[in-house]
Ligand binder design. Sequence first.
Ligand code: ADP
Ligand code: MG
Length: 676
Amino acid sequence: MVERTDIKEIKGIGEKTAQLFAKVGVNTVGDLIRYYPKGYDVYEEAVPVSEVEEGKVQTVSGAISGRIQVSGSSRMQITTLQVRDLTGSLKVVWYRMPFLRNTLGKGGTVTLRGRIARKRNGLVMEHPEIFYPADKYEEKLDTLQPVYGLTSGLTNGTVVKAVRQALEHLDLTHETLPDVLRLKYHLAEYNFAIRGIHFPQDKENFYHARERLVFEEFLTFILALRRMRDQNERTANEYVIPSDLRIGTFIEKLPYRLTHAQMKVWKEIEGDMASATVMSRLVQGDVGSGKTVVAVLALLSVALNGMQGALMAPTEVLARQHYASISRMLEEQEIPVKVELLTGSMTAKEKRRAYDRIECGYAKIIIGTHALIQDRVNYDNLALVVTDEQHRFGVKQRETFAQKGGVPHVLVMSATPIPRTLAIILYGDLDISVIDELPANRLPIKNCVVDTGYRNTAYQFMRKQIIEGRQCYIICPMVEESETLEAENVLDYSKNLQEELGKNIVVECLHGRMKQTQKDDIMDRFARNEIQILVSTTVIEVGIDVPNATVMMVENAERFGLAQLHQLRGRVGRGKYQSYCIFMTASKAQETKERLDILNHTNDGFKIASEDLRLRGPGDLFGIRQSGLMNFRLGDIYQDAKILQKANEAADYLIKEENEWLKKIPEYEGTASVII
Ligand code: ADP
Ligand code: MG
């Protein structure tokens, strides 16, 4: 077995399972061992029965007291017992496992690990894992069990088994990093790291494994970045765009006045495009700061000069939204510039027509998704490429885009707050503009952090908003019910909510697994207020602009990173109406509340991200709560800032030495952002 081997070679993986793996991007054995767990289950010490907490997964250990009962219908048999320790007793239930009466019937001590729920008569442990007799738990105590990203039909157990087999049959004794670096930075061996990330023996072991893999991820990323920068350094400007009076008129006729920050950034862009060298500029601005209109000014001045500009969005929904709003802006001012849409879900005929209009130069502003960089697209004279929310794009895509035609100006729009020291590493010598001011007409969003007991009140509140003509978002962490995680899911939630609210309010759901046409249809209907409540996963996070939406409610808010919640919050408060953000949490833990409370006190995206990290502390690496910025597979630019610095130093060293390893280190394959 080698890394290129098809996963079907693994015992127990047939055609059907292979298809499920393909859905999560795993086709070869190599893909499988790089399919890192997204979190770990830690088997912690048992807690006293009297101290269990609602909503948590906990372990208790004690004597089986009284008789085991089986009740309920034949379809849904419920097994109940009481477990007692020195501090009290706790009710425990299992569903559809009547045979437990025989196994546990002998009495004695037992250790149970499961989620604590509140029922009518108090706290109950539901469907726990059983260790019988009680001391069997000791084997598991303090171990970390991997939890993988799954898809419907693919269980955690299947992934665990497959990874175990792959690790058993693969030879991982080769190295992918030079010894000098491994020794200098105390990095684990490749073999140790791959095994340790999947099945760490303890926290220490996990920590070393992860550090090595994060280092490698950052290093390959930085090397890819350097390679590209060398190719692009100070390219002469083939597309000189002189400043144009018509842009000034366009700005005056906008329905709002540009903020000072927007004007300042636009002047910087205008200067770049008229200069002797090609523009490479990043525009950072918090959600809602009005980055789109700045991009439009750049696209429009290119178009008015007879050249083409392209705007690439990370999702189809967003591309279509940009297309609609930019077309509208130009129409309102009767500007005869042809705007073209090009996305993957268009029919072959529609695409062909778009290609023609792009190739002959009739289309001047082209808006789309990845479809914009496919081989089939030939531009007439592409002078500017704008990418929106750059952190969703990969290195390769960017390279291709630069290769279409001449060397276009590049403008990257990002809402990701990155401190200066990191920006210099991650963006190299890219020029950075910051829109550090929000439009003046905004009312600050009102926030609250509440527990699930507040849900009905929240629904009543939304109902009132809807009667006033407004709309709402509800975010759930998952698409459908899951075996391993207890959290709200979009499918069940939207169904139940529709029943609860009656037919006068239209509830729809949106998630990443839907067909593109379906997603577009739902977003269009939401934009036209034919849907009042949109229940969605975080696909909604990136850039959606529906100013009429005033309520953002996030279920299981404890499961999201604060930076992500901040992005979600940015979906409301985009118009003239007072907006509200409700963070719902099932967890009573004080720490969770404290974390979420940060969002109450500041609207500054960067402050939020760094506070989050400070509160969690660098030791807390076990949750799924990464900042999620920049799309690294394992690395987190805040949490692992130190490793990032080291990887940068290592890249300097290798390049200076013209080290032979430069050719041997694997190419960067992830999807984190890189600037061309
Ligand atoms: P983001 O920076 O998050 O991409 P958008 O460009 O989508 O933000 O802008 C958010 C909303 O603010 C849009 O509805 C846009 O029309 C509006 N907007 C942009 N600039 C201004 C301004 N100067 N004054 C008032 N509203 C503005
Ligand atoms: Mg935007």
